[in-house]
Design a protein. Structure first.
Lengths: 445, 445
């Protein structure tokens, strides 16, 4: 089968270059949710979808949805997609590749005249990065029936609320509730995405199957000591919160190093007053801690807090922890993971699995239906940066595997699983369903 | 003698409160060099000097000089003083105490009708803090004949050069060269100053004799690694410059802790890009390292640089050191230290010596003549802060000791030493003079 595929890679790379022109900052890629460049990117994606003969709809949360109808009456729906918003000064592959590669898949199925036992929906979500508003995954949460209506009051840095921005964009807020897909009809979600990390490159592999999207907790740590003149306070009389924070940051790193699959990062640090000749009075730093298993993350977080508190006590410093954000891990569907692995093997790839440390629309979609993710090698693990890069060969390989997966996918058992899921998430106690034929467990959120 | 002294402490505290009203920021004390509040403070100090019957002159670098003439013909000059500029949002004692306490000493000598074998000059220097211009000690360097004429081009944050500011203040730049005192006539300089550190308070002592003004070196350390997504780069694949900087800051602290009399401070740290979910690409931090003995400082600096470089190498980080500033230590004159100690003992104090970690006008004056400094206990070691505090009793004690010192001081041998100093600093090779009767060595600059 492999050699019969058209040259998807070249077209998708060309289209990704075209999409990169839709930006609010000339010379950079900056495409924030509901911005003018988002509108232009939606029109461009619509054009690509229409060229693939998909029926296209723009919904009331700013998603573009292209649909390839199954010939089977009353067929379920399989969803492919990713996002087209970006961070500021972004690369051109994060998000965009998942959308445009999915259009290639649909176009090829249409071209071949293959009959699928499900309809295909290709979605270009509008808000995954969460840069403009203090809210994120608005598009995928709306599809999954889990839109946060309170976020409509969230404001961007110009004081424009999400509701105002949606209206200005031509969206009808009353229509958002109707975007939710029927969980009984949604049989699966597959997202391809650049890895945004260095693992596949180090493994010399184009592709990998994601096991789970890591859970994450973020906190601010505030350490207070005693300011003093850098020349006049002997070392033994200091309560230096920056020297203390240095010991704490080393402890954060050590705790993550000694726990497999845990990563922990201090990305922000501020010392005040911040003068070369003044022992700081106060230091604030951030901790971002992630693990693909919730219990592991929670244990690591507790150990980090305990070690930091102990350092503070020994040094006569006071310490405070402000939780900023916490998200549970999203395990990918074991059945879909296996089928994706089979597609990789059929296409001649070594099957390799890895967790995703970054968040994705699949997190929101997992509430609706079983999800899987295919990771694509990116150069040096760089993302959220103009230096983001993939190769045309890897793009080709990813689309081939996605296509193979879709052509082999059979929705029946998944539909049953999602019915169970829909019940378990309707406000009643969660029921852990075991659909033994597929080894599928409902996804926790 | 002790009980006969007037209540200097009360008057000096009252006058320090009055001086605090001269500020450019209402509600705070901010008195920058050549500012309107500096002009008002000069007028106020002139008033205090005139009330003590001193003859007063304002010179062309913004110093106020009050003179009490000796009755001895052709007598040498002993200089007492400190500065009246301040940092932003300062306390009221740093600098001001040294000036106003010196006026009390002169006033008391005049009042008693004591005949001194030297004239007294009380100087209120205008630029010790170096806040407004990237230049410092302008006033004391001018007196010492070491004014940096290149600094006239230095600009403040509004783009006003020091030369322009001086002219606007009414100073004649051509007159600056004439401010230099004759080293053959200057027999000593004594400065009283708040300690700006916690040592005297911890020793339960009002006063201490300064052994040396510590030498200092300042550098910026730049650590570069590899930015990455906080979720996607496994710990083992990171080149995290902030984790590396944490280990380095701990090494700076450790090196200072293990070396007596050395202090080292990291007061500034910046991580870029500085986002909670991004492993930083680059970290910059400052190091301020001080020691009262130059060789000790130089050795500690070399060890710190070696340890930091070794940490960088182990972690695959690159490191750069940018020297910002380096100042040699200024040892106080052993003969004057001994005489100051004798005055302390006569006034019933335990003689305690300590180095000064902060810089002072005495550093510049040491080029002109032998110098000594008397440190005064301040509350909790706090300075450069509105919370700066001293007690009226300690102020009284300091003025009593200064007065006792002046009344016992005999200039002859010092005058010989300064002649030697003047020769050794005239551009010819330095000559280390030993005036054995006083155990005085010329001061290195």
């Amino acid at each position: 089968m492999r050699d019969n595929f058209p040259r998807f890679g070249e077209r998708v790379m060309r289209r990704l270059d075209e999409l990169a022109a839709d930006t609010d900052e000339p010379g950079k890629i900056t495409r924030l949710f509901l911005s003018p460049s988002h509108k232009r990117a939606m029109a461009r994606v619509r054009g690509f979808m229409e060229a693939a003969a998909l029926s296209v709809e723009e919904d009331d949360i700013g998603n573009v949805v292209g649909r390839l109808e199954s010939s089977v009456p009353d067929a379920p729906v399989f969803i492919l997609g990713s996002h087209i918003d970006s961070v500021r000064d972004a690369g051109r592959y994060d998000g965009g590749f998942g959308v445009l590669s999915a259009i290639e898949v649909a176009d090829e199925i249409r071209r071949r005249g293959d009959k699928l036992p499900f309809s295909l929906e290709i979605v270009a979500f509008g808000d995954e990065e969460g840069v403009r508003f203090p809210a994120t995954l608005s598009g995928s949460r709306a599809l999954a029936g889990n839109f946060d209506f309170e976020s409509l009051g969230a404001k961007d840095e110009n004081g424009v609320s999400l509701a105002e921005a949606l209206r200005g964009f031509g969206c009808n807020i009353e229509g958002i509730g109707k975007i939710a897909r029927d969980p009984r009809r949604a049989c699966g979600y597959l997202e391809s995405h650049i890895e945004q990390g260095p693992v596949l490159e180090a493994e010399n592999l184009a592709l990998g199957v994601v096991t789970a999207i890591a859970g994450m907790c973020r906190l601010n740590v505030t350490v207070e000591g005693e300011a003093g003149h850098a020349g006049t306070v002997p070392m033994g009389r200091r309560k230096d919160p920056l020297a203390g924070s240095a010991a704490m940051i080393s402890a954060v790193e050590d705790e993550a190093r000694r726990t497999p699959d845990v990563v922990a990062t201090v990305g922000v640090i501020e010392a005040s007053p911040g003068a070369i000749n003044v022992i700081p009075a106060k230091v604030r730093f951030s901790v971002d801690l992630r693990a693909p298993v919730d219990e592991v993350r929670e244990r690591a977080k507790a150990k980090v807090e305990a070690r930091l508190s102990s350092i503070a006590t020994k040094r006569g410093l006071s310490i405070g922890f402000t939780p900023l954000d916490e998200a549970k891990a999203t395990p990918c569907d074991p059945g879909m993971m296996r089928e994706l692995s089979d597609a990789l093997a059929r296409q001649g790839h070594r099957v390799f699995t890895l967790p995703s440390g970054a968040g994705h629309d699949a997190m929101a979609m997992a509430r609706l239906c079983p999800v899987a993710m295919l990771f694509l090698r990116c150069k040096a693990g760089i993302s959220h940066n103009p230096a983001e890069a993939i190769t045309v060969e890897d793009a080709q390989a990813a689309i081939e595997v996605m296509l193979d997966f879709i052509l082999h996918f059979r929705p029946t058992a998944h539909a049953e699983a999602t019915e169970e899921r829909s019940v378990s998430q309707g406000g009643r106690p969660a029921v852990v369903a075991q659909i033994s034929s597929l080894d599928t467990t409902p996804l926790s959120r």
